[in-house]
Design a binder for this molecule. Structure first.
Ligand SMILES: Nc1ncnc2c1ncn2[C@@H]1O[C@H](COP(=O)(O)OP(=O)(O)OP(=O)(O)O)[C@@H](O)[C@H]1O
Ligand SMILES: O=P(O)(O)OC[C@H]1O[C@](O)(CO)[C@@H](O)[C@@H]1O
Ligand SMILES: [Mg+2]
Length: 544
C-alpha cells in the first residue's frame, strides 16, 4: 500500500510519519508559503452537490471537507537521516471511501513480460544527488510509474488535454502519447482535446481524440490543439470540467501554465471533485526548475546548429564578417549556451544571466575588434533576453506585456547589430560585414527529434500512471534521470537559470574565448544578486 493511501485509510506505513503540525514542520520558507496557502476550511462551492455533472460524491465529500483537516495537511513525510518526501496530493486526501481497482496493466501482454512492472510504493527520487558523508538524506519526490491499484475504472475515465503558452517541439508527441497510452495501457477511450489553451475550456469547441486521430501528429510541429496566452479564468475552467464530466485533466505548458494548473487543482479540491489534475512541463527555454530538462530543448539546440552554421559560412566568406544569431531564451540562456557548446563555431555567447557591456576595455566592441584581427570573421550568439537592461537604458521603452502578463522583450539581435555597425563605421578603423539571422520561430515550430520523442512518451506515460493511481495536483518530470511526481509549488516558485558560477558556463566561455565581461568584484559586491540572474546558488545543476 502506498504512503498516501495508507495515510488516508488510517494505516500508516511504518517507515514514514506524516507531519500534522506547522510547529514541528522543519521545511523551508517555500514549504511554509505553500502549506499556509492551503485552505484551512472548505466552503461549499456554488456547484458542489448541485448536479453539475461532477463525478464525485460531492455531498459526502463536502461534509468531510468541512470537518476534516486532511486537506490542509502538508504532504511532507520524514524518515531517518533527514529524509524528507515532498509528496503530491491524492484524491483520497479529500474524498472518502474511493473504490480501488486492480491495475489493468497486469493483464496487458506488452507489460506482463516486464519483471517489475509496478514501482515500489515507497520508491522516491532524490532532489539532490551530490552528497557527502555527513549530508542529510534531503528532499525526495515520489517516483513516477504504474501502481498495483488504480482509482479509476477504464470506462469511467473521461480525460482532457490542453496545451498553453508558446509552441515547443514535442507538443504533438505528448498529446499523441497521452491518448495512445490511456487507450493501450488502461483501455480509456474517452479523451477530449481542448481547443486553443485555457480559454478553450469555456470559449471554444473540443476535439475528440482517438489513437487514429493522433496517429501521425508527432511528425508535425506545433500543437494540433492550438494554444494561447492569457484567458485563465479558474472558475469558468472548473465549471467546464465539471459540466463535461471530465475527471482527468492533462495540462501541457510552461511556468505560467503550471501556475494556472495549480489554481485549477485547488478549485477542484475545494469543490470536492474526483478529478485528477496533472501538469506536463513544457518550455523551449528550459526555464522550469527541479526537472533535468524540458522536452523540445534538445530539438531546439539541434535546430539552432543550422542557423549557427549558416552564420559561420556567411561570416567566413567575407572580409571581417560577423554572423549574429538570435536564439530564444527569455530569462534563461540554456539554448544559447548549449547551441554554442555544441557548435564550436561560436566566438561569443551572450545570455540574460551574464551581464555584458559594449564600450571600453573588456567590452564587446573591443573583443570583436580583437577577434576579427586574429581570425578575419566571427560568430556571435545572443539569447533574446540578454542585455535587456542595456536596451532599456538606450531606448525609451514602455513596459509592454503579453496577454499572460509576461514582459515583452525588445529585439536584442537587431539592437546589437545596429550598435556594432554604428561603432565600426564611426571608428573608421575597420570595415565590417554583419549578417543578422533570427531563426527563433523556425526553431520552435519544428517537430521534435528522436530523443525528444522518446522523452515525450515517458512524460505522457508517467502522467497517465499518476492520474490513474489517484494522484493529483502534480507535475511530472525526470529528476536526475528518474521520473518523479513533483508538487506544483517547487516547479512554479522560481525559474531555472544558467548558473554562471557553475562549470557549464565556464566550459562555454572557454570554448568561445570571450571575456566574461564581469570581474570577481562584480560577483561579490553585487548585493542585488538577482540582477545577475543565475549567480545565486542553485541546487539544481546545469547538467553537470
Ligand atoms: N499566475 C498565473 N495564474 C494563473 N494562470 C496563469 C498564470 N500565469 C499564466 N497563466 C496562464 O497560463 C497560460 C500560459 O501562460 P504563459 O503565456 O505565461 O506561458 P507559459 O505556460 O509560461 O509557457 P512559455 O512561457 O513557455 O511560453 C495562459 O493562458 C495564462 O493565462
Ligand atoms: O509566442 P510569443 O508570444 O511570441 O512568445 C515568445 C516567447 O515564448 C518563448 O518561446 C517561450 O515559450 C520564449 O522563448 C519567447 O520569448
Ligand atoms: Mg513562461
Amino acid at each position: 500500500m502506498d504512503i498516501s493511501t495508507s495515510a488516508s485509510l488510517g494505516t500508516p506505513s511504518p517507515r514514514f510519519r506524516r507531519f500534522d503540525s506547522a510547529k514541528t514542520f522543519p521545511a523551508t520558507d517555500s514549504h511554509r508559503r505553500y502549506y499556509s496557502s492551503l485552505p484551512s476550511s472548505c466552503s461549499q462551492s456554488p456547484r458542489a452537490g448541485g448536479g453539475g455533472g461532477g463525478t464525485a460524491n460531492t455531498d459526502t465529500t463536502h461534509v468531510m471537507l468541512a470537518n476534516s483537516t486532511t486537506v490542509a495537511d502538508p504532504k511532507v513525510v520524514t524518515g531517518d537521516g533527514g529524509y524528507l518526501l515532498e509528496d503530491v496530493p491524492h484524491l483520497s486526501d479529500y474524498i472518502q471511501d474511493l473504490p480501488i481497482y486492480p491495475n489493468p496493466l497486469q493483464d496487458n501482454p506488452a507489460y506482463s513480460v516486464v519483471k517489475q512492472y509496478f514501482v515500489n510504493v515507497d520508491d522516491t527520487v532524490a532532489k539532490t544527488i551530490v552528497v557527502s558523508k555527513e549530508s542529510p538524506r534531503g528532499t525526495h519526490f515520489r517516483r513516477a510509474g504504474p501502481r498495483q491499484k488504480v482509482y479509476f475504472e477504464s470506462d469511467e475515465v473521461h480525460a482532457c488535454i490542453v496545451t498553453c503558452g508558446g509552441l515547443c517541439p514535442g507538443l504533438n508527441t505528448v498529446i499523441r502519447e497521452i491518448v495512445c497510452g490511456l487507450y493501450h495501457m488502461y483501455g480509456v477511450t474517452r479523451v477530449l482535446g481542448i481547443d486553443g489553451g485555457y480559454k478553450g475550456f469555456y470559449a471554444r469547441n473540443t476535439i475528440s481524440l482517438t489513437p487514429k486521430v493522433v496517429n501521425n501528429i508527432h511528425k508535425r510541429g506545433g500543437t494540433i490543439l492550438g494554444t494561447s496566452r492569457g484567458g485563465h479564468d479558474t472558475s469558468k475552467i472548473v465549471d467546464s470540467i465539471q459540466d463535461r464530466s471530465i475527471n482527468q485533466v492533462y495540462i501541457i505548458g510552461g511556468d505560467g501554465t503550471q501556475k494556472g494548473a495549480s489554481l485549477i487543482f485547488e478549485e477542484i479540491r475545494r469543490r470536492g471533485l474526483k478529478v485528477a489534475v496533472v501538469g506536463i512541463p513544457k518550455t523551449i527555454d528550459n526555464d522550469i526548475p527541479v526537472i533535468d530538462k524540458s522536452f523540445g530543448f534538445d530539438t531546439a539546440v539541434e535546430e539552432a546548429q543550422r542557423a549557427i552554421s549558416a552564420a559561420h559560412v556567411e561570416s567566413e566568406s567575407i572580409e571581417n564578417g560577423i554572423g549574429l544569431v538570435k536564439l530564444m531564451g527569455r530569462h534563461s540562456g540554456f539554448i544559447a549556451m548549449y547551441a554554442t557548446l555544441a557548435s564550436r563555431d561560436v566566438d561569443c555567447c551572450l545570455i540574460p544571466e551574464s551581464p555584458f557591456y559594449l564600450d571600453g576595455p573588456g567590452g564587446l566592441f573591443e573583443y570583436i575588434e580583437k577577434r576579427l584581427k586574429e581570425n578575419g570573421h566571427m560568430v556571435i550568439v545572443v539569447a533574446e533576453g540578454a542585455g535587456q537592461e542595456l536596451l532599456s537604458e538606450n531606448t525609451r521603452t514602455l513596459d509592454k506585456i503579453d496577454a499572460s502578463g509576461n514582459k515583452q522583450l525588445q529585439d536584442v539581435g537587431l539592437w546589437i547589430s545596429q550598435k556594432i555597425k554604428d561603432h565600426f563605421s564611426k571608428q573608421q578603423k575597420m570595415t565590417i560585414n554583419l549578417k543578422y539571422i533570427d531563426p527563433t520561430y523556425m526553431i520552435r515550430a519544428v517537430p521534435s527529434n528522436a530523443s525528444d520523442n522518446v522523452y515525450c512518451t515517458l512524460l505522457a506515460h508517467s502522467a497517465i500512471h499518476g492520474a490513474m493511481a489517484g494522484y493529483t495536483g502534480f507535475t511530472v518530470g525526470p529528476v536526475h534521470g528518474t521520473h518523479g511526481y513533483i508538487p506544483f509549488q517547487p516547479i512554479t516558485e522560481r525559474q531555472h537559470k544558467v548558473v554562471i558560477t557553475d562549470r557549464m558556463w565556464a566550459r562555454c566561455l572557454s570554448s568561445t574565448n570571450q571575456p566574461s565581461f564581469f570581474t570577481q568584484r562584480h560577483l561579490f559586491e553585487n548585493k542585488a544578486g538577482d540582477e545577475l540572474g543565475g549567480i545565486h546558488v542553485d541546487d539544481s545543476e546545469n547538467f553537470g
